[in-house]
Design a protein around this ligand. Sequence first.
Ligand code: ACM
Ligand code: ZN
Length: 467
Amino acid sequence: MKLSIIPSPYETEYLTGFTKATAPVTEYDAENLPADGFELHIDGSIRIGASSLSGFFYGRQALSQIMFQCGQNIPNVHIRDIPRYTYRAFMIDSARHFTSIADIKKMIDYCAKLRFNVFHWHLTDDQGWRPEIKAFPVLTQKGAYRKGSHFGAEQNEDVYGGFYTQDEMRDIVSYAHANHMIVVPEIDMPGHVSALLSSVEGMACNGKKVEAKTTAGIFRDIICAGNDDNYDILYEILDEICDIFPDSYIHIGGDEAPKAQWKDCPVCRQRIEDEKLRNEDELQGYFINRINKYLKGKGKKVITWNESLKGGNLDEDITVQRWMDPKELSKASPNAIINSDFYRYYADYPYAMTPLKKVYEYEPQVNSNVVGVDTPIWTEYVADLEKTEYMCFPRFIAVAQTAWCKNKPAYSRFRQELTEMLPWYGFTSIADESEWDPSGVTRLPRVVKHFGSISKNKRIREFFLKK
Ligand code: ACM
Ligand code: ZN
């Protein structure tokens, strides 16, 4: 009998005979194993060895999977397991739609079973500011709310919003730690900041007034990078964020920041001249480096999305999260890279565009600097936990397999194991198995239907949403 364990073990040695599932489980120190690694011996007795608490946690999970499929008698086996990557992340966007604390915990429960060890929490965006910041109460009094929601089928003028108190965020940090995960908060800047600009006035270029957005998209309203007061405001915000989130990384966004307003702004132009920068892309590098310097002084490591590489002046100690494939990445670069390939790892795309097999077979080591992976669920069109689960599972499991296994089995074997093990995860609402890999002929019409139904054009949308 071949056991089904996902993520798949690095080394499995099957022995003869069986061990009673009721045998006591003992633990021992296995100093030679890396963090997260474990050994599981089932051979008359059951023993788990590890050098870290997370290793024991994952060893017990592997044992739980074995017990789930074997019942009373477990075939004797020795397993030795070590992770491929030390950074194994999933991301939830709680800005476009608010995720309740209970739902975040549910996702952490699921993802701990996938041996993800990083919860990347996208907390701010154009459509809402979520973290309570005591120095700027206006952020959650105003920036946490928008005057309607216009996202595909969801069309209304109702005030929508919500925020997390600092105690609630600390509770999530404790919960994640208990599940052997760190939390990486993302405060997106200098773009995706309409909710911030709507509440703390004076941060936009040319004194522009800005409202939190009610639609999806990329918006021109970004933080004025020439204004020194803005850095002081951001430092104050980040002081509180660092205090709430004690783990090593802070993500400062850097994606999709259109430069039109920087081009038109005398303060930004002056900054470009004073700092001898060549253009607005270098100004973004300057902006991100300046925040990096501040956060480094507080003992933090910074992550930015790949757009910040474009100026060519990004500090080399900043970790870059790749979602697209800009030419700057292919140049030899010392920046550590987290791979979030959007075409494979964005779980908000329909299965017709991103089938399970495509996610599973993707090889994320696009260059030697890749240190891990991160699979995001963006939530413009994902309003609740039910849809979140539907989109994320089982695709997150395929990413987890790649993140953990140095030598993952063929897709056909993974599918067999997944079918067997699916009830073990305890999901409440996931896509039917028939949905995971839609056939070639049905994929294109489904992709067209998806993009039609989320179109900003009312007539196109109505056409696709017609029953
Ligand atoms: C992104 O998808 N804007 C990182
Ligand atoms: Zn400016």
